[in-house]
Design a protein around this ligand. Structure first.
Ligand code: APR
Ligand code: PHB
Length: 396
């Protein structure tokens, strides 16, 4: 064991996903120093395929952070989505129903690439391939993060640690047993997602309820489709050769007179579905953000948007702390985030429950799903409720 090299920063950020990178960027713009530590390689982080729907508030935040140039050029503004059930498609006019709000379809992977480029151009510390990240003294106001990088061991002294290290990261695990409470719901299904080299067959996203299971048509670019089918939670990719995926997509999304164009499958993966919240989102000098403290099922695409909202609130609190030396804003962090977190938890659970085939095929539940879907497409009030949640509700 060599000597521990000493480093110092104001905010130690663990994890270079959207939460950690956006936080670093927002702090940098306000003159607060941070060091970002990521255990994966840059290449890995930049090629991990994730969701791709940005709420208006997320778009505004990326603009404010000065990382929206490519998103403005390449992202696609969507003013509606479609719901399909009982062999019919119905449009939910998001913008008309929400006083002009819309969403932008732009891959989380692309957001991450833009944030990494911005961080590297500004010269802010961002270390990939770090090992053995360990937190200590988080109960004090001088927390430390030790880690290994390039064969050397470091100790980073901070004022604040931001745990932006996703569900499996070490930050939440550093909180003493019993200090956090978890609230959880598992679902008896998962999504099998593909990225396919084919122009999207529809201009807007299609969420389909079908007796064979849920399917979703989404997109990344004019040449790239992103498609999902409901599968079993412990399903194996080996059970899903490309032909079976296309057959199920055709079946679940198909309509007379409409054709789903097929193309080369570039990427394939299974996304588990769960709802999970840890409260509070802070302990001592450690502040958790994004997937490190809450998970939503992907129906409704809230994960990335929640992560961005957390770090917006956290950045404001940190800046206020350095300006006033008062911890008041930091103390209110968790409470301010959790209201929005729980609203998104409810929406994601509701969309998920309404659209997926129940595992036991319970006919009563299926009748309820169809009744709710019919209500949404026939009641202005119900459609407006879905739309305002989908585009994102105001901050508080
Ligand atoms: N040390 C350093 N970094 C770590 C460690 C560790 N021990 N463990 C995990 N990480 C990194 C991961 O490799 C990842 O890059 O933390 C990062 C966490 O990023 P994300 O998982 O993307 O989470 P977050 O930034 O909160 O963004 C949430 O990601 O999972 C999706 O649906 C979710 O869209 C949402 C978004
Ligand atoms: C995606 O494009 O990956 C996507 C879109 C909408 C969702 C989930 C995922 O609800």
């Amino acid at each position: 064991m060599g000597t521990l090299k000493q480093l110092r920063t104001q905010v130690g950020i663990v994890g270079a996903g959207p939460a950690g990178l956006t936080l670093a960027r927002l702090l940098e713009r306000q003159g607060v120093d941070a060091v970002v530590l990521e255990d994966r390689s840059r290449d890995y982080v930049e090629h991990r395929i994730r969701a791709g729907v940005l709420e208006q508030g997320s778009v505004d935040l990326l603009v404010e952070a000065g990382v929206a140039e490519r998103m403005k050029r390449e992202g696609a503004v969507h003013e509606g989505i479609e719901l399909q059930f009982a062999g019919e498609r119905h449009r939910i006019a998001l913008s008309e129903l929400t006083g002009g709000h819309s969403i932008v379809v732009y891959g989380q992977t692309e957001v991450v690439k833009d944030l990494i480029n911005a961080r590297i151009s500004s010269g802010g510390p961002l270390l990939f391939d770090v090992d053995d990240v360990h937190l200590s003294d988080i109960a004090s106001d001088a927390p430390k993060v030790t880690f290994r990088h390039g064969g050397e061991a470091f100790e980073l002294s901070c004022d604040i640690v931001a745990g932006c290290d996703g569900y499996h990261g070490p930050c939440r695990a550093a909180v003493p047993q019993g200090a956090l409470r978890s609230y959880e719901r598992d679902y008896p299904f998962a999504w099998l997602g593909i990225l396919a080299a084919v122009a999207p067959s529809n201009d807007e996203l299609v969420y389909a309820h079908h007796e064979s299971g849920f399917a979703l048509l989404s997109m990344r670019t004019p040449q790239l489709s992103r498609l999902y089918v409901q599968c079993r939670p412990n399903d194996d990719l080996a059970n899903w050769p490309d032909e079976r995926i296309w057959e199920q997509l055709q079946l679940r999304l198909g309509l007379p007179g409409w054709n789903l164009a097929e193309g080369l499958v570039l990427e394939k993966g299974i996304t588990p579905m769960r709802s999970l919240v840890y409260e509070p989102m802070q302990h001592g000098s450690l502040y958790l953000a994004g997937d490190a403290c809450h998970i939503v099922p992907p129906t409704g695409a809230k994960g990335l948007n929640l992560a961005l909202h957390d770090v917006k609130v956290l950045a404001e609190a940190v800046v206020e702390f350095y300006r006033s030396r008062s911890r008041k804003w930091l103390e209110g962090y968790s409470e301010r985030c959790l209201r929005r977190v729980w609203r998104a938890e409810h929406f994601s659970w509701w969309m998920t429950s309404m659209l997926h085939r129940p595992a036991d095929g319970n006919e009563f539940e299926i009748k309820l799903q169809l009744a709710q879907l019919r209500y949404i497409v026939s009641s202005l009030a119900a459609a407006t409720s879905l739309a305002e949640n989908y585009v994102g509700l105001p901050t508080v």
